[in-house]
Design a protein around this ligand. Structure first.
Ligand SMILES: [Zn+2]
Length: 522
């Protein structure tokens, strides 16, 4: 194993950019298709990144070659045919690009595809073969640098063909664009200096939901903060820690660590030490806030004097892969006397139901409607909820801008706000997150105009709160509701994950024999 190769001098590097990114739950009945992906090519793809611009310090060093980038809101598994369409285009574009020195591989890492195990392993093998087909302009092996979400999975099959792997260091992912830039800059550095770094890779038999591993709280905060210290050491280029994706049932789903550097021994030592610290801390990871059942959370929020009081309907969070059409929480809210009678006000945004939305548009603002809401895609938790209410506001998809927040695709959708007693429920034509004030308000002209700050309760299909919701919340509870991204992992019924695995085998290794956390040098 060599850690050096001929540096590229005297010419600009040719580096491709491409990838497919989605986080998809195998426990969710929703199916993701090509239509769910925001696909960028050519200049649109380059425009995603600041470091590809003509005024970037990298402009003189690199010719960026846009391939295909596809990113989707999280959801259910990707249909096999849709995956193949995207994969084939990416691979074809790599081959047609001619010799490339490297690839910035911009992915998520938790894609589930119907009928496939380790989708990113499959995609990466094809990408590697396509790159190696031409080799670099100098006839050497192109390098791949991967930017990932820390909720991605890192199997050996996936990691082996990749030269550089890095991931976000914050959850929520406020550093998502920094991660991609780090991947690009590390790749340029290695190609220009002729460095082929070693990767010390180790998986840790722990699988935790994101809501227990937010970097706002310990122990994730310190574990993630230590990555910069490791990276700062001589001979180390990057350190990355993946929590893994809890809502897919595959052997690769578990935590992973990769320390990358020219000093193989140091990289291995640091990877093992970090793996050990993660393992030792496994029982210290707790939910980012107080939790309860839907009924308990509603009861406490109604009784509180903190306004607005936010509740996360976490089991059906579309931004983790939930169907986003469960009416479970809606039923619980309207079962509460204070809310039903209007003594307490509540807003509950984001139940996907195109038929109900169309009926509201047909009826018009001010009309009374009787609707059968949600529970059609994910029919496992109570089915549709029948309600009669008043259409309060309507917003057309065309009035909203498509958005690629942190990379995920969030497009404009038709929406209707319907009031029943003290509750305003916001129905959406297709899956949509509510993370910002703008999501509720819409544009000043023709927007929904629902201001969540005016309600007593704000009940969102989300896990931990994204920054704007976090700032608005006078208080908050995480409701452990059912759905495709149920936070109570033990009731989901994983059976393909590798055992023993914490917390599925809570007491494994209790006898003192800790798991083998010796890294493999790739
Ligand atoms: Zn994530």
């Amino acid at each position: 194993m060599t850690s050096t190769t001929a540096p590229v001098t005297g010419r600009r590097l040719r580096i491709g950019i491409g990838g497919i990114g989605i986080e998809s739950s195998t426990f969710c009945p929703h199916r993701s298709t090509t239509d769910d992906f925001r696909q960028t090519r050519g200049q649109d793809l380059l425009d995603r990144y600041t470091w590809t611009r003509a005024d970037s310090d990298l402009a003189d060093l690199v010719e960026w070659v846009p391939l295909l980038h596809a990113t989707s809101l999280p959801g259910g598994p990707v249909e096999a045919e849709s995956y193949l369409i995207l994969k084939n285009e990416l691979v074809t574009r790599i081959r047609e690009a001619g010799p490339l020195d490297g690839l910035v591989y911009d992915i998520h890492g938790a894609m589930s595809v119907i009928g496939l195990t380790d989708a990113e392993g499959d995609l990466t093998e094809a990408v590697r073969a396509a790159l190696d087909h031409h080799g670099t302009p100098d006839g050497t092996r192109p390098m791949i640098s991967t930017a990932m979400d820390l909720h991605g999975n890192v199997s050996r099959r996936f990691a082996e063909p990749i030269d550089l792997l890095t991931a976000h260091r914050l959850a929520p992912h406020e550093d998502a664009w920094d991660t991609r830039e780090r991947a690009a800059r590390n790749l340029v550095h290695c190609l220009r200096e002729g460095v082929r770094p070693h990767r010390a890779w180790v998986q840790v038999p722990v699988l935790l939901p994101g809501e227990k591993t937010s970097t706002r709280l310990e122990p994730a905060k310190s574990l993630y903060a230590s990555l910069a210290d490791i990276e700062g050491k001589d001979g180390i280029l990057d350190a990355a820690l993946w929590v893994g994706y809890a809502w897919a049932d595959e052997p690769r789903c578990k935590a992973a660590i990769v320390v990358t550097g020219e000093d193989a021994e140091l990289a291995a030592r640091e990877a093992e030490s970090l793996a050990r610290r993660y393992w030792d801390a496994r029982k210290d990871f707790v939910f980012v806030g107080p939790t309860g059942s839907a009924e308990e959370c509603i009861e406490k929020a109604v009784a509180s004097d903190k306004r607005p009081f936010l509740i996360s309907d976490s089991g059906d969070n579309p931004t983790a892969g939930g169907a986003g059409d469960l009416a479970y929480m809606l039923g619980k809210l309207l079962a509460h006397d204070a809310i039903r009678t209007g003594k307490v006000t509540a807003v509950h945004p984001g139940i996907t139901d195109p038929v109900a939305v169309a009926a509201c548009f047909e009826a018009g603002i001010g009309a009374e409607v009787t609707l059968s809401v949600g529970g059609k895609v994910d029919a496992n938790h109570g089915g549709p909820y029948e309600l009669t209410g008043t259409v309060e506001a309507l917003q057309r998809a065309a009035d909203q801008k498509d958005r690629a927040e942190g990379g995920a695709y969030d497009r404009g959708v038709d929406m209707a706000a319907v009031r029943v007693g003290g509750l305003t429920v916001i129905l959406v034509e297709r899956r949509k997150p509510f993370h910002t004030l703008a999501d509720f308000m819409g544009p000043a002209d023709g927007g929904l105009g629902v201001d969540p700050r005016r309600y007593d309760l704000v009940v969102v299909k989300i896990g931990y709160l994204e920054p704007e919701l976090h700032d608005m919340a006078a208080d908050w509870l995480l409701a452990l509701t059912p759905g495709g991204v149920d936070q109570d992992l033990l009731r989901l019924g994983h059976h393909r994950v590798e055992r023993p695995l914490y917390p599925f085998d809570e007491d494994a290794y209790e006898a003192g024999d800790a798991p083998d956390l010796t890294p493999t040098l790739l």
